[in-house]
Design a protein around this ligand. Structure first.
Ligand code: NDP
Length: 246
């Protein structure tokens, strides 16, 4: 059931996070949105409320533990509990290793890996106490298959796969009933390519997205499907992308 679930979404100011927030709110979830751009978050909350949905937001940089803790607190103070966290914030500044874009490498590790760890650290005590909770994370097909230009990005998304599987196993062993779902999207039309500063990588990716990219609502549908399963059922992995992308 989605209705009345309290769902925290990181990276909610655009793309997949925004589409998911709007879809879940339209199905009766109470959504708590986090990202760095306050104006975008407030616009999305306004749009959800205009449609009769319930939403709130907080400026969140996932690289800061205190801000992850604060969004969990906001969810509990506003809506009384947390049922789902969608760890979705991420960026993809692809480049060949020889370009030595070291700052980009570190930023991907900080946001795509440490951001996920910070989110889990913030929410796990609540889920453990409740003996229920649902962790959904956005990996990527880059977490399943290597490609030139994606060494660091792909590595951060491989990490999510391993991490989520261990989370599932440990919560089953410890009896905390935490459900997990990892999503591996292919080309989805969002603002993601804007994070690529390497010209050749940007052009190569733009070509792929122009040819194949599909709407972020497709991923929102999958998140909704995962949440909607019976509480005793976890669907661990979804690979989702354009039907015509090889
Ligand atoms: P967008 O660029 O549209 O969304 C990325 C979101 O992450 C934004 O809301 C951005 O908000 C947020 N974000 C970035 N850095 C931080 C930070 N430090 N703290 C908090 N929020 C942050 O792209 P997508 O919707 O495509 O990306 C969502 C996820 O999907 C990412 O993890 C991406 O890797 C993954 N993905 C996307 C695919 C695609 O084809 N689009 C394919 C496979 C995976 P703000 O700037 O306001 O902080």
């Amino acid at each position: 059931m989605i209705e009345d679930k309290v769902v925290i979404i990181t990276g909610a100011s655009s793309g997949i996070g925004e589409a998911t927030a709007k879809l879940l709110a339209s199905k009766g979830a109470k959504v708590v949105l986090g990202a760095r751009r306050k104006d975008k978050l407030e616009q999305i909350v306004g749009a959800i409320e205009k449609e009769g949905g319930q939403a709130t937001c907080l400026v969140l940089d996932v690289t800061r533990q205190s801000e992850n803790d604060a969004i969990v607190k906001l969810a509990k103070d506003t809506f009384g509990r947390v049922d789902v966290i969608f760890l979705n914030a991420g960026l993809m500044p692809n480049s060949p290793l020889s370009a030595l874009k070291i700052d980009d490498w570190h930023q991907m590790v900080d946001v795509n890996i440490k951001g996920v760890l910070n989110g889990i650290a913030a929410v796990l005590p609540t889920f453990t106490k409740q003996k229920s909770g649902h962790v959904i994370a956005t990996s990527s097909v880059a977490g399943l298959k290597a490609y030139p230009g994606g060494a660091v990005y792909g590595g951060t998304k491989w990490f999510i796969r391993d991490f989520m599987e261990v989370l599932r196993m440990e919560s089953a062993m410890e009896g905390t009933n935490i459900r997990t779902a990892t999503i591996y999207p292919a080309a989805i039309n969002t603002e993601l390519l804007a994070t690529i500063s390497d010209k050749s990588s940007a052009e190569a990716m733009q070509g792929i997205y122009d040819k194949f990219g599909i709407s972020p609502e497709r991923i929102a549908n999958v998140v909704a499907f995962a949440i909607d399963q019976p509480e005793d059922t976890t669907i661990n992995e979804f690979t989702v992308g354009p039907a015509n992308q090889p």
